[in-house]
Design a protein around this ligand. Sequence first.
Ligand SMILES: Cc1cc2nc3c(=O)[nH]c(=O)nc-3n(C[C@H](O)[C@H](O)[C@H](O)COP(=O)(O)OP(=O)(O)OC[C@H]3O[C@@H](n4cnc5c(N)ncnc54)[C@H](O)[C@@H]3O)c2cc1C
Length: 474
Amino acid sequence: MSDKFDVIVIGAGPAGYVAAIRAAQLGLKVACVDAFAGKDGKQALGGTCLNVGCIPSKALLDSSRQFYNLTHNFDAHGISADNAKIDIPTFVARKDKIVKQFTGGVAQLFKANKVTPFFGKGKLLKGNQVEVTAADGAKQTISAANVILASGSVPIELPFARFDGKTIVDNAGALDFAAVPKRLAIIGAGVIGLELGSVWKRLGAEVIIIEALPDFLGSADADIAKVAQREFKKQGLDIKLGAKLGKAEVKKDGVHLVYTDKDGEQKLTVDKLLVAVGRRAYTDGLLADDTGVQLDERHRIVVDEHNHTGVDGVWAIGDAVRGPMLAHKGSEEGIAVAEWIAGKAGHVNFDTIPYVIYTEPELAWAGKTEKQLTEEGVPYKTGSFPFAANGRAVAMNEAVGQVKVIAHAETDRILGVHMIGPGVSELIAECVVAMEFKGSAEDLARIVHAHPTLSETVHEAALSVDKRAIHKGN
Ligand SMILES: Cc1cc2nc3c(=O)[nH]c(=O)nc-3n(C[C@H](O)[C@H](O)[C@H](O)COP(=O)(O)OP(=O)(O)OC[C@H]3O[C@@H](n4cnc5c(N)ncnc54)[C@H](O)[C@@H]3O)c2cc1C
């Protein structure tokens, strides 16, 4: 096998593997280096997202949602099931099977597209060479005209609450508990904390979320965050805002936590602690000293608007660079970079990236919040519609939440859409399309939406921007 390629990608997460496949589709000879090993010790392509992130968390969210509905919500439909039980080994094994299916799927896609995988740690050397070090220490060097750095991110560790994989865990650990913890504390009320907290709460754990910031979901629209906070509270998630963890000590009877809130020092003992305070770009050991690639103060690889590092033929994408840490953002950057390398026009529109939180109810948004627009001095108008007035949501017994459309006060162009409610992870796609096409609220309002569907809330919210929603007062 020749060790010269057109493109070498370091990292096979959703940024890297997508870049590799797109580059191969464009006729380039591609290698992809990744060090991630699955539970069987073999190479598991797909990065954080497929192995310990997006996909496994959604598998557990779905199983736990089914169990919660069975034990809490089905009685409203006249359905009862006595002694409902959940078998945690089966619950986790189902998730593992899905992970294997998808990581194996990436390997198949590599084969079909003739992308050569290398299993080991990749290090960029000067002159676009990549040194690959296997788990046994064996080294080989490969080279390419272009190298795409897609090394992703890892969980941030707190110095006083080090991960031990058993009691103090990161996302990977919290996806693999052998039993439902009696009491689970989570540090961080962000996406990961809320999603994994929901999973274990639905299965019966007492879940306490400790968040240092005073506002709940500060990056979401304030109205949407308010509904979310109320609903999560109803579900029994104990979210403590403005609370700062100071100490976590593992003892025989669990983890002893000390945190401070507005009332002073508080103590709490839990069985498990999930630290979900964010992720940091993972660039450890990625670059030889003389490559010329720059890192910023947060160890992210510095790139321009075309994801170029400034070093000839070296690009970087995904969680390892600026921008939101989302799988689809990394994948789009991967496609764009492959196209730029092949001399085509790549494109990533940061203004229409959708954000989703897969809790119950789900949250989804794209574009600006009212707060951002006020700060920017942009005149806007809003329209909203509640799921309580949507026939399909009521028929499903999931009539919680709302859709809010924000449009420019003068041009009517859609500037943001913010949702909480059933199925909004799917509903947001329609709004992203409208925004990408620079649509107006009136455009959305004039589109025929099937009845009865959840999507009618988008239609009605768009109508409501001009105070002409049909199924509510304006
Ligand atoms: C619990 C959880 C749930 C999430 N849910 C969602 C979600 O629902 N939707 C969403 O959009 N995002 C979600 N995310 C975020 C998402 O997983 C990341 O944004 C995404 O995986 C980033 O992709 P990436 O390709 O940049 O990096 P990664 O997926 O982190 O992949 C990087 C890969 O590179 C490898 N690597 C790193 N350095 C080297 C090296 N030097 N040599 C060889 N290999 C190397 C790593 O082992 C890894 O396999 C979630 C994350 C977590 C933790």
